[in-house]
Design a protein around this ligand. Structure first.
Ligand SMILES: CC(C)(COP(=O)(O)OP(=O)(O)OC[C@H]1O[C@@H](n2cnc3c(N)ncnc32)[C@H](O)[C@@H]1OP(=O)(O)O)[C@@H](O)C(=O)NCCC(=O)NCCS
Length: 197
């Protein structure tokens, strides 16, 4: 394995950390690596119409992709030193969503986030709590100074989550994101290390 950031910083390879957090309602959640037992729930979440409407996931997402997510995509971010992809697990350690923190290869003090909550787990504060924990980790342990959030214009749920964590809206990027071959306008917001959270 190439010498990624985590090996260089810690001298020895470190496993992807598990983050623990508690929602405002008092529910405990965990941000942990994806596991084979998550596959069915990932498939359900990634084929949900609301998920597909607001993300770049393919419309033909199938179980093989969910297996690929667990075995390759998710662990790959940490193994390469490019960030982290966590599964958000509820108090019973069941899959409730996922969150990527992806470091910009051209400017390693900057990262962006991507996330989704499983349909059955929405509206319980999971993503607000998970995003806050991931940002805290990025600022404290990965040397980040700026974390960016981008969403298709109109994704009010995602905007609410980002706003609650302290992300400040910076504007609209016209045709800022590609979704399955179509350019869409994007809201852009960012959280800086020194911002109130
Ligand atoms: C957006 C999303 C991640 C939010 O996750 P969540 O775990 O439900 O978020 P939270 O419970 O922490 O907070 C959601 C808040 O947004 C609100 N909300 C959700 N959908 C909304 C909408 N369409 N319009 C306005 N507010 C909305 C919820 O009511 C809640 O606020 P409340 O606690 O005051 O009621 C989830 O709805 C989702 O996965 N959507 C599909 C995929 C997606 O959009 N991903 C983000 C791409 S940028």
């Amino acid at each position: 394995m190439a010498c990624g950031m985590w090996q260089c910083e810690f001298m020895t390879p470190q496993p992807q950390p598990v983050l623990h957090a508690t929602t405002e309602r008092g529910e405990k959640i965990m941000l942990r690596p994806a596991e084979p037992g998550d596959v069915e729930a990932i498939f359900t979440a990634c084929t949900d119409p609301e998920t597909l409407a607001w993300t770049t996931l393919p419309l033909d997402y199938d179980r093989a992709r969910a297996v690929g997510f667990v075995e390759g995509y998710a662990p790959g971010w940490w193994e390469r030193g490019d960030g982290a992809c966590w599964v958000i697990a509820d108090a019973a350690d069941a899959y409730a969503g996922q969150l990527d923190l992806r470091i910009d290869p051209r400017d390693r003090q900057v990262a962006d986030v991507g996330f989704l909550t499983a349909p059955h787990a929405r509206g319980r504060g999971y993503m607000t709590t998970a995003l806050r924990a991931a940002c805290e980790f990025g600022f404290e342990h990965l040397g980040l100074e700026r974390i960016e959030w981008r969403a298709h214009v109109g994704n009010d749920g995602s905007r609410k989550v980002a706003g609650r964590v302290g992300f400040q809206l910076e504007g609209v990027q016209r045709a800022g994101v590609a979704q399955r071959g179509q350019r869409r306008d994007a809201w852009v917001a960012a959280l800086l290390k020194g911002d109130p959270r």
